[in-house]
Design a protein around this ligand. Structure first.
Ligand SMILES: Nc1ncnc2c1ncn2[C@@H]1O[C@H](COP(=O)(O)OP(=O)(O)O)[C@@H](O)[C@H]1O
Ligand SMILES: [Mg+2]
Length: 154
């Protein structure tokens, strides 16, 4: 496998409330990505402010923090070839209204502030590692082989 990497993915509170955990996990699993960590949790204020720290000066920051702490999320780590960029492609654009049908945000969202899923930004070097470390301890991430890996990678 070339470029094997891990990326942080989260079903946001709107996705949890709308019953989309299974659908999102299913899409990532069927693509061939491997879940190596998962945690159903509620984000507190400090974690939210740190996770979205890059946006602290933006007008939407307070609303974003209120939203992401408003209910349970499903935080995950997914592994695979070029995983960070591939997950972002599957997510669509930040604004669901600009996201192509077939993408997660393009299929399940309409509003910029309720876009169902988070994934580490592949254009921000180290974002995946930083976000994984923010949400998971090392011993919460599992190393294992999926039985289909020999058919998934050349
Ligand atoms: N203009 C905006 N108004 C409201 N919420 C926004 C806006 N821009 C971004 N957000 C929210 O902040 C999150 C983080 O923004 P950003 O990192 O730019 O997008 P992405 O989640 O695609 O990486 C978005 O997913 C969205 O929930
Ligand atoms: Mg981002």
């Amino acid at each position: 496998m070339a470029d094997a990497e891990r990326t942080f993915v989260m079903v946001k509170p709107d996705g949890v409330q709308r019953g989309l955990i299974g659908e999102i996990v299913s899409r990532l699993e069927e693509r061939g990505l491997k879940m190596v960590g998962g945690k159903f949790m509620q984000i507190d204020q400090d974690l939210a402010e740190e996770h979205y720290g890059e946006h602290e000066d933006k007008p939407f920051f307070d609303g974003l923090v209120d939203f992401i702490t408003s209910g349970p999320v499903f935080a995950m780590v997914w592994e695979g070839q070029d995983a960070t960029r591939q997950v972002r492609k599957m997510m669509g654009e930040t604004d669901p209204a600009e996201s192509a049908p077939g993408t997660i945000r393009g299929d399940y969202g309409l509003d910029l502030g309720r876009n169902v899923i988070h994934g580490s930004d592949h254009e921000d070097p180290g974002a995946n590692e930083r976000e994984i470390a923010l949400f998971f301890d090392d011993d919460e991430l599992l190393d294992y082989e999926r039985v289909d890996e020999q058919w998934l990678y050349e």
